[in-house]
Design a protein around this ligand. Sequence first.
Ligand code: MEV
Length: 312
Amino acid sequence: MISKASAPAKIILFGEHFVVYDVKAILATINKRITVTSETTAEPTISIQSQLGDIKIGILEKNTIPELRPFEFLAKKMIKEFSHKGGIKIQIESDIPYGVGLGSSAAACVASAASISGLFTKYSKDKICKLAIEAEKTIFENTSGADCTVCTFGGIIEYDKSGYQKIKLEPDFNLVIVNSEIIHRTKDVVSKVLQFKNNNAARFEELCVKESEIIRKVKIAIEQKDYKALGSLIKENQVYLKEIGVSNDTLDGIIQTVDKTSYGSKITGAGGGGCIISIAEESAIDDIIRKLDKYQIQCFAAKIDYRGLETF
Ligand code: MEV
């Protein structure tokens, strides 16, 4: 038996970090994907092949590559739940850059949850999303769940810890994604923000209020397809991200370069490295990419993906 699923990369348009403290965030998926193929095997082992490494372990054994824990967790959970006597082979193929804030691990958790459970049953998207969040928690215990949610449902969503709401409109704005190629660990950057919050409680509270106000205005800008206004809100959000300490000189330099020809740019995801997103006119994209030549880093144009999780 073979089961295949694919899930998109994500960006956080607005509200990263503040979402951990119950402010709403706006997330979207983009047209880069991860595909997971699972297969039941007669041999009682779990094998995983991915860019992060290959492992083969017995059902009761633990793997030694921490990043592969979510897939090991999902395989073991399904084997137990469905009293499967054999093993599972999992193959993960990705065109999402790893560890740079584009949700590669959430997309992998979502596609794996769907692919592995699909060997035994057909779960609803809600159930797959919950399973994926459980799996992601094996590597990032305090995840808000935002990334897995958007990777499951696709498009643009408004999210807070109590749930999500899909933004029904399908705006077609152009994005440029710039990968600073500085690897970050979300967990570490989130801890740094907690430290900022503990040392500056009143200011952090103020910033949460300001961020909520941005989110309110974003929905209006999207409704009115006012991408210039959206760009200004992106710039404002970046100011707050800088204040809570998740930017750095390289990221600031990229943002300054890109800001000249785009509507606005900001960090997306945890920061400390990772990616910058920029909203731009289609006609400005080549110019933006040319201006970034001096950094010798990966950058590409992207569109919002409205497909979300797909199973085959
Ligand atoms: C990471 O992509 C987004 C953060 O807000 C953490 C989270 O929401 O779990 C930094």
